[in-house]
Design a protein around this ligand. Sequence first.
Ligand SMILES: [Zn+2]
Length: 266
Amino acid sequence: MAAGTGLLILDEYAPGPSDSVISALSPSADGPASPEPSGPSSTATAPPDSSAATLPSTSSSASAADGADSAPDDDAGPSAAEPPVLLRSVEEEATKGTGDLSVVEGESTAAGDGPLKRYLVEVEKGLPGEAEDFAAAVEEVLGDERGWIGDGDLSLQRVDSGPVDFRVTLAAPDTVDEMCHPLQTNGYVSCTMGGRAIINQNRWVSGVEHFEGDLETYRIYVVNHEVGHALGHGHVDCADPGEPAPVMQQQTFGLQGCAANGWVHP
Ligand SMILES: [Zn+2]
């Protein structure tokens, strides 16, 4: 399928005007970048001398699912009580929530080397699933060396109050459409807007068909992709069919011959 933008211009990247931390590096961002403020200005640059010392450990205390090919209903391991972090809260789809966003409480240690960027996680009220599960999954993805911290030029820390450099938001399709306007998300995809990586609840719980049931990979992808926009990265295409798709490829729409992949450094 050609990359012609045809009818749907989706999963767009439009840096908000107040995103001091966002520099639009790539000219490839498609769709109409909005000059118009959307929602409260939520970004601020963390002070360089932020008191949080960089701790040696970047692993969250939750049992890590990374690396393992997780089959949720495999043979019961020693602690089979709970699914892996990335596969929790697989709930039904929802059209709408209450429209109110709630910050999920909790902080992580700083993961990575380099200047610290702080983020918080917020979830629309009224969605099926546990907000804490979403936050734990985001924290797991953003704290992994295969993600953006693997470049060695930034650290990421989840916090639950400002100032923050970006937010990761889970919202119902209708709310995503509103928050992403004038980008067209059509009740289906996610976007980054105004310093928010805004993830569509229905993609979070159902993924997309061409990931062939690998919801864990899709979840990793959608977090890293949207946060990639928040960090200033634009879209790229599959360059080497058969190889893992670049995380900034619009994999929600298709794989272009590449293999589904969620990591920056697979
Ligand atoms: Zn995108």
